[in-house]
Design a binder for this molecule. Structure first.
Ligand code: ADP
Length: 224
């Protein structure tokens, strides 16, 4: 089960926390305003009122054990920076932070945010692409029991071609794309992420690759 800590329960953070919880994620929802935490208390796993810039509070609730952190603090940018740093230092593998503008985005990335969300701009972009290509969908509902998931290539598949592996025939997994981290061009830069859509049978999977596949939940569960 995906474990997510959401810090900041304004409109954005609380909507996110409640939806994630409804879809089965384990959600730790935090706001320094206790009333906002109480407002979602019966809709998330744990809701708590504390100041998340204080590292000891995050430690007390084991925020470092979460898979994903979302820093959804709005106006208080200093707090967003500190909380992003704390979550990364505690070992949260994927931290999303909300930014109000480009300069906030670059600071948040500097302090370790893996993804930066600019809700209004992101929505504007999405709406534009919907209007332009109405067959492009953000979310495709699959039949009950099927999902599109990103999985890390298991060790036993490494160095084998897709033709050899026969993911669809043997594992009922339909491959959509391979995500491969290539070494950075210059020292100190982040690795470059290569996305290879619909690769043919000659493609050889490597250790560290991730693949996006559609398949039955029963099968996908084996690769969690
Ligand atoms: P939105 O645009 O999503 O409504 P807001 O700026 O209104 O965003 O909400 C951000 C929330 O983050 C507020 O509820 C605020 O109390 C919370 N917040 C701000 N600083 C901290 C902090 N240090 N620790 C925990 N929550 C915080």
């Amino acid at each position: 089960m995906l474990k997510v800590v959401v810090v900041g329960l304004g409109k954005f953070g609380s909507t996110l926390a409640v939806h994630l919880s409804r879809e089965g994620a384990e959600v730790l929802a935090v706001d320094r305003n206790t009333r906002l935490a109480e407002a979602v208390a019966d809709k998330v796993t744990v809701a708590v009122g504390f100041d998340a810039t204080d590292l000891t509070n995050l430690e007390a609730y084991d925020a470092g054990a979460m898979d994903v952190g979302v820093v959804a603090i709005g106006e208080n940018f200093e707090a967003s920076v500190l909380v992003t740093m704390h979550l990364k230092n505690l070992g949260v593998p994927m931290v999303y932070a909300k930014a109000l503008n480009d300069s906030q985005e670059s600071v948040l990335r500097r302090v370790g945010a893996d993804q930066v969300i600019k809700p209004e701009e992101d929505m504007g972009e999405r709406l534009a692409s919907h209007l332009l290509h109405d067959s492009v969908v953000d979310f495709v509902e699959l039949p009950q029991g099927y999902s599109l998931r990103r999985i890390r290539v298991p060790e036993q598949w490494r160095d084998q071609s897709l033709a050899e592996l026969q993911l669809l025939g043997k594992f009922k997994l339909n491959l959509v794309q391979v995500r491969r981290a290539l070494p950075a061009e210059q020292k100190g830069d982040d690795p470059i992420l290569e996305r290879i859509p619909l690769p043919d049978g000659s493609m050889v999977l490597r250790s560290g690759d991730e693949i996006d596949v559609i398949g039955p939940d029963e099968e996908l569960k084996k690769y969690d």
